[in-house]
Design a protein around this ligand. Structure first.
Ligand code: NI
Length: 268
């Protein structure tokens, strides 16, 4: 039996805050006095496309809560496939799930990732807490570095496991801000770094979605042989524009998401 939607998102948020403490500061900067205008547009989750833990396995948790599959996206350079999910309740956050196409990488990466996924108990994947259960494996620091050399995404997932990679403030709902530029300026004035890959504002009004994101916080990970402080999670900001129907666009722009992925890069 799955917990209700609010419980799931509350657990995801609590886990996210543990390694992304700057999210509280973002609320203080952007929100009104009660944070009542902070509405989550979407979360993003990452996984490997190996059978035991693939995108479908993560999506099953949302389908059980009444979500339905919507758009799909391909990221050729990063070797990712993604889908987004929506709920008929328009107040429900959208969900963006991507999976790494493991077979397209080197035999070394495939071997490391295969060993990680081998350590996952298949029953754990369908358990209620799976989406916020973190990593289910031991990995040494050299293997993390080996993954990092080939795929930042693989390294991040190996270090952090299953969790929300980001939450997203809906700029449409903010009372004091009405543009991505204004949000970026307010955050930068308070010392935040904005992901500048592909420009600080990704997307255009014509594409019906504009986005930006902070650079990931850093947090300590206990590898099997040592601890290290590495990029954790980031916060994203989205402004959606109305379609011809008058309703706000609900999809994602692959070219923008491609650059958003780089918010967890260590060298930015
Ligand atoms: Ni996003």
């Amino acid at each position: 039996m799955h917990a209700d939607r609010d419980t799931l998102f509350r657990h995801l948020w609590t886990q996210y805050l543990e390694v992304t403490p700057s999210a509280q500061e973002v609320h203080r900067i952007l929100g009104d006095t009660q944070d009542s205008d902070i509405v989550n547009d979407h979360i993003a989750l990452r996984t490997f496309n190996l059978e035991k833990v693939n995108l479908e396995k993560l999506a099953a948790h949302f389908l059980a809560l009444g979500y339905r599959q919507c758009g799909e996206y391909r990221f050729e350079a990063k070797k990712l496939y993604a889908r987004h999910y929506e709920h008929e309740d328009p107040t429900a956050p959208k969900v963006f799930i991507s999976e790494l196409l493991v077979e397209e990488f080197s035999p070394e990466l495939q071997a490391i990732v295969g060993k990680l996924v081998d350590q996952v108990d298949a029953d754990a994947v369908s358990a209620d807490d799976f989406l916020y259960s973190g990593s289910h494996w031991q990995i040494d620091y050299a293997s993390y570095q080996r993954l990092l050399a080939e795929s930042e995404y693989a390294a991040w997932l190996a270090a952090w496991g299953f969790r929300a990679n980001h939450f997203t403030v809906s700029i449409n709902h903010l009372i004091r801000f009405d543009s991505v530029e204004a949000v970026n300026a307010a955050l930068k004035a308070q010392g935040f770094a904005i992901n500048s890959a592909g420009g600080e504002v990704k997307g255009t009004p014509e594409e019906l979605l504009e986005q930006s994101s902070t650079l990931a916080d850093k947090a300590e990970v206990a590898f099997s042989d040592r601890s290290a402080t590495i990029p954790s999670c980031f916060y994203e900001f989205a402004r959606r524009y109305p379609q011809n129907s008058g309703e706000l666009y609900t999809g994602f722009i692959a070219a923008s998401a491609d650059k958003i992925f780089e918010s967890t890069h260590a060298m930015m």
